[in-house]
Design a protein around this ligand. Structure first.
Ligand code: G3I
Length: 466
């Protein structure tokens, strides 16, 4: 988006000024225009970021709506039109009519497009809801391939997988028909997307992943770290950031952004809305913008709708414009934060600054016992068997050898193992390092795995240093 021209009043002042005053006036005008973009998109662009909105195709004929959209935003996310039920209503029959309308509207005005979303447990068409196993896995991958191919070159970033983790304290994957095709469904989706559109950024997107201390945040962090360590193609993490009294903006939000970014991915605030009104709401919006500006790889913010009345939570008045399209205090706070913010610069650490500075990412598989080691397991289950992948993480000292013990459920029998020596094949079993993975630096990890018949539920590995 281009910068708006200087206001007429300044040009009049310029015309009547004497020669000596002209230079001062010019520098004043330049200084003013250099620091005060007047729209969200233009201001974000000056900070190397985008500012976007979720857009509904059926509102593109509402001129009050499009006037704000076209003026303020330089990124668009289709609110529902790229979801699975919209783009593949019948298996292998693709419908891009409404998504294409939004893409065309956006791109013809120089706005970028975020794609939302390719693989999700929700808003599946009926045919997909009724599928399972390898047929569903193939259908999901075909969907990812077809849709990313259709939009290749038009969508800059995709929410490849949406909301795949459970709420609460488990840190587990959400149960769904997709999850039941095997734990590797997420990475399979990312690989398919990369193959079909190598130039789009590929994001994992979720909600309630804003508070650094929450189990769900940690679980997503661990998945992204694992993907990066194994070369699974992931470029970004989307934090939806739907805030209200039940799910408030957390004071450690900047820490969360910063820690994800430190994994080597972009961080995008993908569905921002903040229920409330007036100064309180405005202040929270300001905090979110300042947090994003403080993290170099937080490269954009999308609000989930334009006017309050467009919101999925309209009664909470969570957006930047009221139902009549007027700018709210929250709008002014966002624009002001964008204009005055100091991007990527860590916050001052003077006394009285209560915003915690970005931290380097702490190990998120906590090394209990300090110098020992810890182990976590992920299980890819199918009918009659499973593969378990065990991650061993060193504590605060370098490991020179490790033993992992766990108890298999009744009926489960190990058929083979890799990257570890195994003792036992049912009941209580243990694994020790092999020659090449016994040495693990403090805080670092190594992995081994095994395949078994039966069911791999409830595995609880314990690790001891040797
Ligand atoms: O278009 C039909 C309309 O014809 C029908 O009369 C009406 C009756 O219910 O439904 C309309 O469709 C609704 C659609 O929004 C468009 O308004 C659907 O029922 C409704 O389920 C759908 O809700 C969307 C929701 O995702 C579905 O999960 C919201 O608009 C959309 O904002 C919301 O977005 C999600 C993100 O994708 C993921 N993160 C959470 C976010 C908020 O829930």
């Amino acid at each position: 988006m281009s910068r708006p021209k200087a206001r007429p009043v300044k040009r009049i002042a310029f015309a009547v000024a004497g020669a000596g005053a002209i230079a001062a006036c010019v520098s004043m005008v330049l200084a003013t225009s250099a620091t005060a973009a007047t729209t969200l998109g233009a201001s974000a662009a000056e900070k190397g970021r985008y500012f976007g909105a979720a857009v509904a195709a059926n509102k593109l004929s509402d001129t009050a709506y499009t006037t704000i959209l076209n003026r303020e935003f330089n990124s668009v996310t289709p609110e529902n039109e790229m979801k699975i039920d919209a783009t593949e209503p019948n298996q292998n029959q693709f419908n891009y009519t409404n998504a294409d309308r939004i893409v065309s509207h956006a791109r013809s005005r120089g706005m970028q497009v975020r794609g939302h979303t390719l693989a999700w447990h929700s808003q599946q068409p009926g045919w997909m809801q009724n599928m399972s196993g390898s047929a569903l896995r193939s259908a999901m991958l075909n969907h990812v391939t077809q849709v990313t191919t259709h939009f290749r070159g038009q969508v800059v970033a995709w929410d490849v997988v949406n909301e795949a983790f459970a709420d609460g304290s488990s840190g587990a994957r959400r149960d769904s028909n997709l999850q039941r095709t095997g734990n590797d469904w997420i990475e399979a989706a990312f690989r398919a997307a990369r193959a079909a559109d190598p130039n789009a950024k590929l994001c994992y997107n979720d909600y309630n992943t804003d508070d650094w201390t929450h189990a769900k945040t940690q679980a997503v962090y661990n998945m992204v770290r694992d993907f990066k360590s194994r070369g699974v193609p992931i470029d970004c993490v989307g934090l939806q950031s739907h805030f209200n009294s039940g799910s408030p903006y957390p004071s450690n939000y900047r820490t969360t952004l910063s820690n994800f970014a430190a994994l080597g991915v972009d961080v995008q605030i993908t569905e921002l809305d903040i229920e409330g009104s007036g100064t309180t709401q405005a202040n929270t919006y300001r905090n979110v913008v300042n947090d994003c500006l403080a993290v170099a790889r937080c490269n954009g913010i999308t609000v989930w709708g334009i006017r309050d009345t467009d919101s999925w939570r309209a009664s909470g008045t969570p957006l930047l414009f009221d139902g009549s399209g007027n700018k709210k205090p929250a709008y002014e706070a966002v624009l002001s934060a964008l204009n005055t913010g100091n991007p990527t610069t860590p916050p001052p650490t003077t006394p009285g600054n209560t915003t915690p500075p970005p931290t380097t990412p702490p190990p998120t598989t906590p090394p209990p016992g300090g110098a020992g080691c810890s182990a976590t397991v992920s299980v890819n289950q199918w009918t009659g068997g499973f593969v378990a992948t065990v991650r061993v993480t060193a504590g605060s000292s370098t490991l020179t050898g490790w033993t992992v013990s766990l108890t298999l459920p009744g009926g489960a029998t190990i058929t083979n193992a890799w990257n570890a020596n195994r003792s036992g094949n049912s009941g209580a079993v243990s694994f020790t390092n092999v020659s090449y993975n016994g040495s693990v630096a403090a805080g670092q990890s190594t992995e081994f795995g095994f395949q078994a018949n039966g069911t791999g539920s409830g595995l609880t590995p314990t690790c001891t240093a040797r």
